[in-house]
Design a protein around this ligand. Structure first.
Ligand code: FAD
Length: 421
């Protein structure tokens, strides 16, 4: 069997894989990426966060992405009935990037992968990892190409960025159920000819349809808009018919989308994804590190997936380089802790969204500008800034704030009733 040798084998050519590959390659190591599919390939996850730009920049990808003319994104808007809460990344607490992009992932991921190849990183497409043998830090990975030919890759280290493929957790029984409730998404790309009726193109809009059910609206530069519904599987089961019939019935049921998307042309038949959350106990081991979705993906609200993929790979790549240099690496403090810090901060926000705590905060009239800036930084992906109380105390700060708002509202109501007497 053919055998090749590399310093680092990267599994998956999504954002996690390509960011790690580029940073390690730039440090002078021999890197190879194996990717199961042929690019361009469809994947969902189209709204980025400003914090991802730091990782994309360090990976050397920004000039190539800019050339593609993707839709620039400068904020996020939340809508519930007539109430609107608009976050602009320029008005955030943490200093850093204040814009990013909304991208069709097929084009975006191909741009990152092509940039890796132009740097000299080989990518074996339509090549699937089927087995891995670890011998201490070193490993031998068996891969199979589209013709069914097997070959082996010897590596000093493996970065597993295989996303929903979850290669190492599956091969080594490291999978663990996520504590997130199972949810379903039904989505399509639409030819959004009536776009000017509602949204500015430079932000994602999240519309609360009913408790626990929301809609993403992500305009692209091409005039196409991605629109998806997310909720409990039981919610969707109330709507009979094909995915397209369900999708059109839901567009009609929501006042915000009804007129704009009535009879809209769909670029593809609506797709369904369900129960995407999964995790593992440890994000590293002897001779490997897991990055991106393989570590944990929570939920599409707040668009955290690609950012966590890029940042976890940026962090991991630097530790892999140190490991290859023969330095001691504390993976627990240097990788596991910061990765969990990011995931857990977003987890608190995702839970607060579905519990309704964020409704109370987002849709309050005249919000405190400083609090809004601090929450805006979280929504921009700056979830490692411990000077931000909405990061540092992510698990309690939102509940406390919502309770204060509710109490104040009650007191104001009582006072106005007393005044009228
Ligand atoms: P991926 O992008 O999935 O890349 C992994 C690659 O590994 C794939 O190309 C795959 O083919 C390859 N692979 C898999 N198995 C193997 C194997 N055995 N051998 C070789 N290669 C393999 N995120 C956002 O940031 N913004 C959003 O708006 C957003 N919306 C979402 C909506 C929904 C409904 C869902 C479910 C997710 C959403 N996400 C969003 C999350 C986003 O999809 C992921 O977080 C992101 O794609 C993770 O990137 P990655 O590089 O880790 O994995």
């Amino acid at each position: 069997m053919k055998t090749e040798q590399v310093d680092v084998l990267v599994i998956g050519a999504g954002p996690a894989g390509t960011v790690a590959a580029s940073i390690i390659h730039q440090a002078g190591y021999k890197v190879k990426i194996v990717e199961k599919q042929k690019f361009p390939r469809f994947v969902i996850g189209e709204s980025l966060l400003p914090r991802s730009m730091e990782a994309l920049d360090e990976a050397g990808f920004i000039p190539a992405i800019k050339q593609k003319g993707f839709q620039e994104k400068s904020g996020a808007k939340f809508v519930k009935g007539n109430a609107v809460c608009d976050f602009t990344f320029k008005e955030q607490y943490t200093s850093g990037w204040n814009w990013t992009w909304q991208v069709t992932r097929a084009d975006f991921d191909k741009t990152l992968a092509d940039t890796c190849e132009s740097m000299g990183i080989p990518i074996a497409y339509e090549t699937t990892v089927t087995a891995i043998r670890f011998n201490g830090q070193d490993s031998v990975t068996t891969v199979e190409d589209a013709q069914g030919n097997s070959s082996e890759i010897q590596a000093r280290f493996i970065v597993d960025g295989s996303g929903y493929g979850r290669v190492i957790p599956r091969l080594f029984n490291l999978e663990k159920h996520s504590m997130m409730q199972p949810r379903r998404a039904l989505f399509a790309h639409t030819n959004d000819v009536r776009r000017s009726m509602a949204d500015e193109p430079n932000r994602i809009t999240a519309v609360v349809h009913q408790k626990g059910v929301w809609i993403w609206i992500i305009p692209f530069a091409t005039g196409i808009t991605s629109l998806g519904f997310v909720g409990n599987p039981e919610f969707f089961d109330q709507y009979p018919g094909t995915p397209e019939q369900q999708y059109r019935a839901l567009l009609e049921a929501e006042p915000y989308t009804r007129e704009r998307f009535r009879d809209v042309e769909l670029v593809f038949e609506p797709r369904v994804l369900q129960s995407w959350s999964a995790t593992t106990d440890k994000f590293y081991g002897d001779g490997f590190v897991l990055t991106g979705n393989v570590t944990e993906f929570l939920d599409p609200i707040f668009s955290s997936g690609v950012t966590l993929a890029c940042v976890s790979s940026q962090t991991a790549a630097k530790l892999v380089i140190r490991k290859l240099k023969g330095e001691a690496v504390d993976w627990e403090a240097g990788y596991m802790a910061p990765t969990l810090q990011g995931v857990n901060t977003f987890r608190s926000y995702v839970m607060a969204w579905y519990e309704g705590t964020l409704d109370t905060i987002f849709f309050k009239e005249n919000p405190d500008p400083k609090v809004k800036q601090q929450i805006c930084s979280v929504l921009a992906g700056y979830v490692w800034d411990m000077s931000n109380p909405f990061v540092k105390e992510h698990d309690t700060a939102l509940k406390r704030l919502a309770r204060t708002i509710e109490l104040r509202t009650k007191i104001d109501k009582l006072n106005s009733e007393l005044e009228q007497q």
